[in-house]
Design a protein around this ligand. Sequence first.
Ligand code: ATP
Length: 289
Amino acid sequence: MGKKNHEWRDSPTDTLRVNAGFSIADFDCASTPGFTGHKRHSSQLMEERGRILSDLQERLFAEGRSEGNRSVLLVIQGMDTAGKGGIVRHVVGLVDPQGVQHHSFGVPTEEEKSHDYLWRIDNALPTPGHIGVFDRSHYEDVLVVRVHNYVEPAVWGKRYDEINAWEAKVVASGTRIVKCALMVSKEEQLNRLEERLDRPDKYWKYNPHDLDERSYWDAYMEAYQAAFDRCSTDIAPWHAIPADRKWFARLAVTELLTQALEDMNVTWPAAEFDIQTEKQRVAALRAAK
Ligand code: ATP
């Protein structure tokens, strides 16, 4: 890794990747795997990496304006209070909003319900040159839907393979998928819910329904484990991001996105005009002044 990136001993692309044998029960949501720096370094590092991320995003955008068909899709999942909104604001906010296509997925509307569960997801895929951001995603259809049995187990049970096949198709069409699960501990979730009730500037984030969902914590963890076991593929691996320390989660997702774009080797598109001719035309205008 580059000099400026020295605080990462190991790349989060490797350390946070969900591999076979990964167990949520053994996962430490307050850990900072692979990071040797301190919290006090994090804002400077965010700025440094953010500049690189922003430059890469501009290249991707430029590529999309010419012949390119590539894009990036950042999938963000996590329990309530895990910090999904903070990732959108602090990480995605590092790049030019023109190049971002953000979608959040709530309870399906009547129209969405009348289609297959992947219909609304397909419609929200990023167009060439863009970074698509899914705040919640098709994984809700094997998380909340599984926990509450909104459809028969035989139906949600088939979805893991369907999702893998759908993601493979998306990747083959030129979209790099970066899947991030923000893993907040049950204790830290309670702290965050409590804080929301103590601060008038956070009341708007408090949803009484979050407490009801919290009572299904173990079933949610089982559902996350299954999504990891079944859908962390080579084509679109999951990354489990420890999220009890917000600064770490934001740094880690910044790094994952930056590395994904670095891997894509996005270069500035060549001029689609004759540079010499255009230079001469501009020079002639200059001389005529
Ligand atoms: P968030 O909790 O993400 O900050 P929010 O509280 O503003 O968002 P919405 O975005 O309106 O709420 O909706 C999120 C809710 O929608 C979550 O409870 C989520 O589980 C639920 N949801 C998302 N997708 C589905 C789905 N396919 N089926 C049922 N419920 C879903």
